[in-house]
Design a protein around this ligand. Structure first.
Ligand code: SF4
Ligand code: SF4
Ligand SMILES: [Zn+2]
Length: 267
């Protein structure tokens, strides 16, 4: 297997995987979506709520705010030695919110949640939670825990996790008259006409839609779009809960653990 990171920043990662079959990359994708844990608010104790929104509605919105996660410091509740339904400092983080609209209508943002651990905070401070009108109050205590996406989407550390086959575009020069129709139709600007000649400008951007092949007036078409069977471009966007490379590493660790478990069972 060959892996090459094509792009990476704080929340996105694009990498090339060569020499594996589709089942393998799909397994990785499913593990990232459903098994890699992250923090999310799981329980809310509402102390005062004089807003127009019901407690359950507010709790649901709080649950969907992505929280920065430290996987090395916290245990999954089911794996924590405390074995307590309520949790302990190793499997639960408390966040509080105490907001009031004194002057007039105002929006309550995620940045107003105060966490007992400064490392476990909302990934963005400007996520709107709700609005309060003059005189309304909201006071609550929220408990965040680690969880997995297979139980609830709020525990998915990724907002995008997809792969596509590595494209292969061939322009048959002896049939092509460089009319440029394929360049015009391509929605991803993969092709370009330089010095009167059509060429591939950005191969990775190709979505294999085949529009260029259909637009070609030649019969058979002078352009062919295919894909490499065992090569994939993987795109990953983190919610901000974990760095993208950590999500990939955790997925591989989980896969390794699952394979070892199979080996143990059949011994
Ligand atoms: S549409 Fe066909 S003939 Fe025209 S430039 Fe593209 S490949 Fe060549
Ligand atoms: S297959 Fe679609 S995306 Fe790829 S080059 Fe052709 S038109 Fe562009
Ligand atoms: Zn615990």
């Amino acid at each position: 297997m060959e892996i090459k990171v094509l792009e990476k920043d704080d929340s996105n990662m694009r990498f090339l995987v060569k020499g594996v079959d589709v089942q393998y990359v799909n397994t990785l994708r499913r593990l990232m979506l459903a098994e890699v844990p992250c923090m999310a608010i799981d329980e809310v104790v509402v102390i005062e709520n004089s807003s127009v929104l019901q407690d359950e509605f507010i709790a649901h919105r709080l649950g969907l705010i992505p929280l920065k996660t430290n996987l090395d410091e916290y245990n999954l509740p089911e794996e924590c030695p405390c074995k307590s339904e309520f949790g302990c400092n190793l499997c639960r983080v408390t966040l509080t919110l105490d907001a009031e609209a004194k002057e007039g209508t105002r929006t309550i943002y995620s940045g107003e949640l105060i966490s007992e651990n400064p490392e476990i905070v909302p990934v963005k401070e400007n996520i709107p939670i709700m609005k309060l009108t003059k005189g309304q109050k909201l006071k609550l205590e929220a408990y965040a825990r680690l969880g997995r996406g297979k139980k609830h989407a709020k525990w998915q550390p990724v907002s995008l996790c997809a792969y596509k086959y590595f494209p292969k575009i061939e322009i048959l020069e002896k049939n092509c008259d460089n009319c440029g129709k394929c360049v015009e139709i391509c929605p991803r600007k993969v092709l370009a006409k330089t010095d009167g000649k059509v060429e591939v400008r950005d191969l990775m951007a190709c979505t294999l839609c085949q529009d260029c092949v259909e637009a070609c007036p030649k019969n058979p078409p002078a352009i062919q779009v295919k894909w490499e069977k065992n090569s994939f471009i993987f795109n990953l966007e983190s919610t901000g809960a974990l760095p993208p490379e950590r999500i990939v590493k955790e997925a591989l660790k989980i896969l390794d653990g699952q394979l070892k478990e199979i080996e143990k069972q059949i011994r």
